[in-house]
Design a protein around this ligand. Structure first.
Ligand SMILES: *Cc1c(COP(=O)(O)O)cnc(C)c1O
Length: 817
């Protein structure tokens, strides 16, 4: 805990000071402020946003302590404002100084994968013997690390902090903040990573974390890792591997059905451990944890016992369809105030009544219970269900703050009194400490998905948006296309995310789509491409403050007469020019007449003049593309001359943004790229697939050679086969083109070809030779394992048609990483 005065002294900066407040929380995100009076807000510049734009909002929330950059000016009465050169540097500096006040061991973890898992598993193995502070979730970035280190306090006796980097020179900064005394290198991926020229460069950068360590743990079967560790580090290396020289030697690995038996040699003693996983990555990570535990002096018997407690680390919060139209958020990943706060933020984004179910908080003080009560109150939680003795003993305080609270002594008590009718049309967050066995109550709320679902990863969409933004020239605005139900993904959720990430404009195809967005609280400007030429549609447009695209004289005339009747002036419109698509739009020869109409009155004002590229992704057509842009500019110049004012010009779609940066003009229109689909050939951007279509297996049967499968006996089996019937058909958008082995689906690591003809609601696939497949298992139709481009090529179509062809009856499930 520091006072704002102490922080000012740490930074040695200019400040406007009022009250010497105590600072308990550092905040970099205006949406995540639970304790405004004890928070210090850092106005950070990130690729996506400038925190200075949120300072006034944060002030409104009650925050009175700010760190801003020197040239920032605002009127914040009574607030303490510290002025620095760079706010991120200030955050890091404060964290680094905080770190130096502790003498207990600090484990720093880096590597390409497995950082969070190793951290969590070490926590499971060691938390009985140590009071551990660790990075929340995957907080391992330039911002996440200082926030993690800030959590260290004098009651802890061990810290475990993750460090992740994406380019050179970042590790030096993290090293100064974490200053680890013990190092862990989880692994070093083969995959080429952005911003690193080679595996060697990547590794050498990561090893910089370990400069002050007394010991570093690493797998040394990797030759490069082994040499570079020896070359760069002078400290002790705890090596893990199959070689006789390894500190922890792996003698034998035996895979069983549900676990792996490993024979290990450590300090001349040989012992066997059962690891409750069978995949290589988990073994690798478990071995790392065993090594650290041994080095910490944990007896082998204890390690053997505790290793069985390791659980897969589920890092994404999952939103699942629940009973009675509820959605339910299962976040049993960890239970501390930080992760609770993140989960509550996620909950508050759901447009439904909100219920929270919590267990007692592990190792918590009175003040933590008060804090959680305040958090629930601040997020306007409608109903709170508290499970555990600790909550019960604070009944009066909690009930004063949150009137709709019910108390149960245990999960069993809750289950015994459970009435499913008490929950309907609400969003339910369930979060409980391990010992409370919430796994027994979660199924009460779960609606098993028996059908097909489209998984939309909102974090991936945010990532893709950022990737495109980074490729925009300074000052270019971004219009996001959310037509066709957000390219099939569900427009409300995507539009909220886009609004939150500050795109400048949204565009839909029809008026009703836009009305839905407004009803859901979207306040961004919205352009509509196809307006109906009738009074009703015009009424909606002006009521909801929507901006129509005008593409013909007929529409222009009737919209203007409507506005005149309504007495409206200066209504924003967008003029569409046909430069080669020959779909909708005015031509160059129309310009004189358009501007004459516009100049005759004041009903409309042009917000933008735009056109659409026909073949932006196709290099063969570059000349045509250039010609389209030139024609748009000629028309826009004419309009500008004749009207005497300026407006935005735009022509580029997703592919155009990257392929023709010179055509970004004042604004670009981003569509399919948001969903992680790169339609250019050069694949310059590292997009993340944001949409996955999945279904489940309804039945599995064993059939003999020569039997037939499906309608019209089209699928004749060439051999004895195992056939799975999956719950997706052409009514869901799984095209008939996929029939008879043309297409396949992804099941348990392998492709299973379609057998026979795709039915309306169902499809049969061949799973012969794919192990471990059961009825009810999830099948991927496209996603991270089976790219949508592949599916499109099987169906002889493009990814746009696949996405927008997914049936409305397919449930949309939203996840965030
Ligand atoms: C759909 C659409 C876009 C977006 O195209 P993508 O290829 O998906 O980026 C841009 N402009 C107009 C007029 C569109 O209809």
């Amino acid at each position: 805990m520091y006072s704002i005065q102490q922080i000012k002294e740490m930074l040695g900066c200019r400040a406007i000071m009022h009250t010497n407040n105590i600072i308990k929380h550092l905040s970099t995100d205006s949406r995540r402020i639970s304790f405004p009076h004890e928070s210090l807000f850092f106005a950070l510049h990130t690729a996506n946003r400038d925190g200075h734009n949120f300072v006034e909002d944060v002030y409104q929330l009650g925050v009175r302590n700010f760190i801003v950059e020197k040239n920032y000016t605002a009127n914040l009465p009574g607030a303490n404002v510290l002025f620095v050169d760079n706010t991120l540097d200030a955050l890091q500096k404060i964290a680094a100084q905080h770190r130096q006040s502790f003498r207990y061991p600090v484990i720093g973890i880096t590597g390409s994968n497995g950082k969070t898992i190793v951290k969590e598993w070490l926590y499971t193995l060691l938390s009985e013997d140590y009071d551990i502070v660790r990075s929340p979730r995957s907080y391992n970035s330039q911002i996440g690390v200082p926030l993690s280190v800030w959590e260290m306090n004098s009651e802890n006796d061990l810290a475990i902090i993750e460090a992740g980097i994406s380019k050179k020179e970042e590790m030096d900064k993290l090293e100064k903040i974490i200053y680890p005394t013990i190092g862990i290198l989880t692994n070093i991926g083969e995959a080429h990573e952005n911003n690193f020229s080679s595996k060697k460069e990547k590794l050498s950068e990561k090893l910089r974390l370990f400069r002050q360590c007394r010991i570093v743990f690493a797998h040394t079967d990797d030759a490069l890792a082994s040499t570079m560790l020896a070359e760069t580090l002078t400290c002790e290396i705890f090596s893990i591997g199959t070689k006789a020289s390894c500190t922890l030697r792996v003698k034998e690995i035996k895979q069983q059905d549900s676990f792996t038996e490993i024979a290990l040699v450590y300090q001349n003693a040989c012992f066997k451990i059962h690891i409750p996983f069978t995949d290589d990555a988990s073994l690798h990570n478990a071995l790392m944890c065993i090594a650290v535990a041994l080095n910490f002096g944990l007896p082998v018997g204890k390690i053997i016992e505790r290793i069985l407690l390791l659980q897969p680390v589920e890092m994404r919060m999952q939103v699942l369809p629940g009973i009675n139209n509820c959605i339910f958020i299962n976040d049993s990943y960890s239970f501390d105030l930080q992760s609770l706060s993140i989960a509550l933020d996620f909950l508050s984004k759901q447009p439904l009544t909100k219920t929270v179910i919590l267990s007692d908080i592990p190792d918590a003080a009175d003040s933590d219970y008060t804090a959680v009560t305040e958090m629930l109150k601040a997020r306007h939680i409608n109903r709170f269900i508290a499970i555990g003795q600790e909550w019960q003993s604070r009944k009066n305080i909690v009930q004063d703050a949150l009137n709709l609270t019910t108390f149960y002594t245990s999960a069993k008590d809750f289950t015994n009194h459970f009435n499913s009718q008490a929950y309907a049309n609400e969003a339910i967050l369930i979060k409980g400490a391990r010992s409370f066995l919430f796994e027994t109550i979660v199924p009460l709320f779960e609606k098993k998905i028996h059908s097909t679902f489209l998984e939309v990863n909102l974090s991936a969409i945010a990532h893709n948006l950022k990737a495109y933004k980074e490729n925009l020239s300074a000052g270019t605005r971004l219009m996001a296309m959310v037509k066709a139900f957000g390219y099939g993904s569900g427009s409300l959720e995507v539009a909220s995310l886009l609004q939150y990430n500050h795109v400048d404009y949204l565009t839909v195809a029809y008026t009703d789509e836009a009305v839905e967005l407004r009803d859901a609280g979207i306040h961004l400007p919205v352009m509509i491409m196809n307006i109906d030429d009738d009074e009703d549609a015009f009424q909606k447009i002006v009521t909801y403050n929507l901006e129509p695209e005008i593409y013909s004289f007929k529409i222009l005339d009737s919209f203007i007469s409507f506005l005149r009747r309504e007495g409206l002036q200066q209504y924003p419109v967008h003029i569409k020019i046909d430069t080669g698509m020959h779909r909708l739009g005015f031509e160059k020869q129309d310009i004189g007449r358009i501007t004459a109409i516009l100049n005759a009155g004041r009903e409309v004002v042009i917000k933008s003049v735009f056109s659409h590229l026909v073949a932006s992704e196709d290099e063969q057509e570059d000349a045509f593309t250039a010609q389209q842009a030139a024609l748009l500019n000629e028309c826009a110049d004419l309009i500008q001359q004749n009207t005497g004012y300026t407006f935005l010009r735009h022509i580029s779609n997703s592919a155009g943004i990257i392929q023709h940066p010179e055509l970004q003009m004042d604004m670009v229109r981003l569509g399919i790229g948001l969903y992680g689909i790169d339609s250019t050939n050069n694949k310059k951007l590292l997009l993340e697939p944001a949409i996955a279509l999945k279904t489940t297996i309804a039945q599995i049967r064993h059939l003999k050679a020569n039997e037939s499968v499906g309608y019209n006996r089209k699928g004749i089996l060439q051999r004895d086969s195992v056939i799975a019937t999956i719950r997706i058909g052409y009514a869901d958008g799984f095209k008939r083109k996929m029939s008879n082995g043309t297409g396949a689906v992804f099941i348990n690591g392998k492709l299973a070809p379609v057998v026979g003809i795709v039915c309306m609601d169902m499809t049969m696939v061949d799973i012969t030779g794919i192990d471990n497949v059961h009825e009810g298992d999830v099948v991927e139709i496209f996603g991270s394992n089976l790219p949508i481009e592949k599916l499109a090529s099987w169906c002889e179509t493009n990814t746009y048609e696949i996405l927008t062809g997914i049936g409305r009856r397919v449930k949309r499930v939203y996840v965030e990483d």
